[in-house]
Design a protein around this ligand. Structure first.
Ligand code: FPP
Length: 254
């Protein structure tokens, strides 16, 4: 197995990278291709992003593969995406396991067609022992939906007397969400030229560094991802504190 040394020290690189993979349709249309062909090329870019994150020591990579709003797309396009997920799960599982990559789903896996759900559940089981990186696929995912579902679950438990309102803080709330096993997002990248979150990880990306790139997702190659990590490494993350406080805390931690 080829071992690559990460370019950035663990103290400055993001622990959790999340990506909105936008632009597959426009990439295809610009070439006179079907939108589904853009998604297929997008799946190739997914493989490269997973490999790059693994080589760069990223612990968590979360990909927005299918939103709960994407069900409104033409049936043929939805079917093509569901097929691509099956192909990805089947073709990548050996390599994912070999490299210690655990697979996880955020969103509503039970909304998926049976064939896709089974393939996804299989790759999750197959790679369950992975300890180097967690690859999360956001499937039938909506950030607001995840927050509302968590609030509803807590309300039901509170009504049954199982939870006291004063027990509910951010971390308690997060445990009810489908992202419960993930840390906060450090770096959120969106390709495709738009500067919006489109309901992705609204709770988890509260303090994320946001990077919006004009490049379409199929053209998002290793060098661009490394460039985002490089930019991230230069950021001062203050989490509401002053710059002087951050410097003092960093010095005392040394
Ligand atoms: C948004 O681009 C992209 C999607 C809705 C699907 C993303 C899916 C993949 C990258 C491939 C399959 C995923 C995996 C994990 C194998 P868009 O279609 O909205 O592009 P547009 O804005 O140019 O129309």
């Amino acid at each position: 197995m080829k071992v690559v040394t990460p370019l950035f020290d663990s103290s400055v690189r993001p622990r959790h990278v999340a990506i909105i993979m936008d632009g597959n349709g426009r990439w295809a249309e610009a070439r006179g291709l079907e939108r589904a062909e853009g998604h297929a090329e997008g799946a190739t870019a997914v493989r490269e992003a997973v490999r790059t994150c693994r080589e760069q020591g990223i612990e968590f990579l979360t990909l927005y593969a299918f939103s709960n709003a994407n069900w409104q797309r033409p049936t043929l396009e939805v079917e093509a995406l569901m097929r691509l997920l099956v192909e990805f799960a089947e073709s990548e599982k050996a390599e994912l396991r070999e490299h210690g990559i655990r697979v996880n789903v955020v969103g509503e896996v039970e909304d998926l067609p049976t064939h896709t759900r089974r393939a996804v559940e299989h790759v999750i089981d197959y790679c369950a022992d992975g300890e180097r990186m967690t690859l999360s696929l956001a499937l039938s995912y909506g950030g607001r939906q995840d927050i509302v579902n968590a609030a509803r679950a807590l309300a039901v438990r509170a009504r049954a007397g199982l939870v006291l309102p004063e027990e509910i803080d951010e971390s308690f709330f997060h445990k009810e969400m489908t992202t419960q096993s993930l840390p906060d997002v450090d770096l959120l990248i969106r390709t495709g030229g738009e500067a919006r979150l489109s309901d992705f990880l609204l709770f988890e990306a509260a303090y994320a560094e946001l990077m919006f790139l004009p490049v379409m997702w199929p053209d998002f190659k290793e060098d661009l991802l490394i460039d985002c990590i490089r930019q991230y490494a230069t950021k001062e993350r203050r989490f509401g504190r002053t710059s002087a406080q951050v410097a003092a805390a960093t010095a005392s931690a040394r």
